[in-house]
Design a protein around this ligand. Structure first.
Ligand code: FES
Length: 580
């Protein structure tokens, strides 16, 4: 089906208002709907955009630190946008702002116009039919994993049910229902939203593949393939389906689904809409800005993340402003902002039922006690309270194994049978984790032969393919408490010319010191894994000077590393030859 593009006039600017536009930044407002815009004028050149931050929709104000009068600052988390280029300057080298088209009429009036593809889920609309009790049931398993019964089909989202995620940094908070593997094995569809290991868990999928290698898995057509690591993982899954964005996938007469991309990380993150007999379920998973903020309103059930804390920032940072006090205050503010943002998003979309999920992890390993105690997460019940405030949206905070009957809940929210709780006595929270099994595998990399040859460093960073960027890092291998190992590697990498100097260069350069637990670092190096295992998994401690986020560097190492690991076999063959 062809998707037509239409245009929408967002703001008309009269001839006299045009004459009053000043050079530089102009903040404009549409008085009829209250929406705000930014118009940048430089002589005859003009550019315009919505006054809405790409991060989480914050409002921009003038950036008083910018004397050139080209940038604006977001009031929420201080992102900065250069409106003369429509590029974000904080984070540096990161995103572009979508521009509006400026149309000028002969009478010198201007219109700000948005080119608007139709909302893809509106294609071939289905009229909602009555649902029988029990026809649509949603069961919470763990973290971001839900099982949906839709007529005679079963669908599972994001099964992370055993083992850690992000190397050894994240562990499940909840005890999954004991029959999780049977549930997974009989799913007709398994949707995996993105490659992060709390959504794509090779530990979990290994168990599935042993029983049912042909389990049908569906992922979005992201630039970096979701299953880029499948072959190396050794997990034998044979039925992975990659589907295009924004197109209904018809499963049977009644059921269809559509995968949408994230506006901030379209190269790797997705969300999903399901429709069964005309009833929509929206799962925004943990997209930062799902589908660029354009989502269906009035769905029957919406699920989204809520917790925060899925980043090494700021708890793994030290030096400069990163005092314990500053970090605690930052976490408190950020969590609150996230909560308000989520609540507002839900209230704007007005689903009938809202369910916060995908935030139930814990930094359970004893060596991560500091992170566990300081990296506080939001409380789903608090979000639900905010959502219910002045709205008639129903909310559900599920326990593992609890089931929501959609038809009952929609018909009568007070019906006690609309939620089936797990049997009494079944533990909700995990009390122990099988640390050793997983840590042994990770730490086995420490003694790998590769690391007998210091030139692995050059081999690895050449393979990584990041250079021509003014940044010097010092990498230090450490023990579990981030103390440098006496016999560990401690080296500099200069990314300007990809050299490995003994001392920091004399030119002016930004600098980062990255201490990493030796086991995880070597595991990542050996297998060519992405650095989210290090950063999101709290396996590093960082200092930086100056205190800026090097988006290009982190984006490369967390998302853009080559799809196949370094060729260590050839490396070792050469080394061995040399030794003989
Ligand atoms: S920086 Fe703008 S919303 Fe977060």
């Amino acid at each position: 089906m062809s998707v037509e593009q239409s245009s929408l006039v967002l703001l008309n600017i009269s001839a006299s208002e045009v004459n009053n536009l000043k050079e530089g930044i102009n903040f404009l407002r549409n008085k009829s709907d209250g929406k705000s815009y930014i118009l940048y004028k430089y002589g005859e050149t003009m550019r315009a955009c919505k006054n809405m931050c790409k991060h989480q929709g914050g409002l921009f104000i003038k950036d008083i630190e910018d004397l050139s009068n080209r940038s604006v600052r977001c009031t929420k988390h201080n992102w900065k946008l250069d409106v003369s280029t429509m590029k974000y300057i904080n984070p540096p080298d990161s995103f572009c702002q979508e521009e509006l088209v400026i149309e000028r009429d002969e009478d010198n009036t201007l219109s700000l116009v948005e080119l608007k593809p139709p909302n893809p889920w509106e294609a071939e609309p289905q009229v909602p039919e009555d649902l029988a009790f029990g026809e649509v049931q949603v069961t919470y398993i763990t973290h971001a994993c839900m099982e949906l019964k839709l007529g005679d089909k079963r669908m599972v989202f994001d099964p992370w049910i055993i083992g850690p995620a992000f190397a050894r940094g994240w562990w499940l908070l909840h005890e999954p229902p004991h029959d999780w593997l049977e549930r997974l094995c009989c799913a007709d569809l398994i949707y995996i939203s993105h490659m992060h290991s709390d959504h794509l868990s090779y530990h979990t999928l290994k168990k599935l593949a042993e029983k049912r290698p042909g389990a049908p898995i569906y992922v979005g057509k992201t630039e970096r393939p979701v299953f880029w690591y499948l072959q190396k993982s050794g997990v034998k899954l044979t039925n992975i389906n990659i589907v295009p964005f924004g197109v209904w996938q018809q499963v049977d007469k009644y059921l269809r689904f559509m995968i949408l991309m994230d506006g901030i990380h379209p190269e790797m993150d997705t969300c999903i809409i399901l429709e069964y007999k005309g009833h929509k379920i929206l799962n925004t998973v943990d997209c930062t800005r799902p589908n660029g903020g354009r989502l269906p309103h009035n769905v029957d059930l919406m699920m989204s993340d809520f917790a925060g804390g899925a980043s090494g920032f700021p708890m793994t940072f030290s030096g400069g402003k990163f005092t314990e006090n500053w970090k605690a205050q930052f976490i408190k503010n950020e969590r609150k902002k996230l909560l308000n943002y989520k609540a507002q998003l839900v209230k704007d979309l007005k689903p009938r039922i809202f369910c916060p999920f995908a935030g139930y992890f814990i930094e359970a390993h004893p060596s991560d006690k500091y992170i566990k105690e300081t990296n506080l997460k939001n409380d789903p019940d608090e979000l639900n309270r905010l959502v219910r405030n002045n709205s008639d949206i129903l909310t559900w905070t599920p326990k593992p194994g609890a089931t929501l009957d959609l038809a009952r809940m929609l018909k009568d929210p007070t019906d006690s049978k609309s939620i089936t709780e797990p049997p009494a006595g079944i533990p909700v929270f995990k009390k122990s984790w099988d640390f050793d099994t997983y840590l042994v595998t990770i730490n086995a990399s420490v003694d790998n032969e590769i690391f007998l040859y210091p030139s692995w460093i050059e081999e690895y960073f050449t393979w990584a393919g990041f250079e021509g960027y003014n940044l010097v890092i010092r990498m230090i291998e450490t023990d579990d408490d981030f103390n440098p190992l006496q016999d560990g590697f401690n080296y500099l990498v200069d990314f300007l010319d990809l050299s490995f100097p003994k001392e920091r260069p004399s030119r002016e350069h930004p600098y980062e010191e990255i201490r990493s637990r030796v086991g995880v670092m070597r595991y990542v190096v050996k297998n060519g894994l992405l650095w989210d295992d290090l950063y999101i998994g709290f396996q590093t401690r960082l200092q930086r000077d100056p205190d800026i986020y090097h988006h290009q560097f982190w984006n490369h190492f967390q998302i853009k590393l080559p799809l196949t690991p370094p060729d260590w076999e050839s490396f070792l063959a050469k080394k061995r030859q040399h030794v003989q």
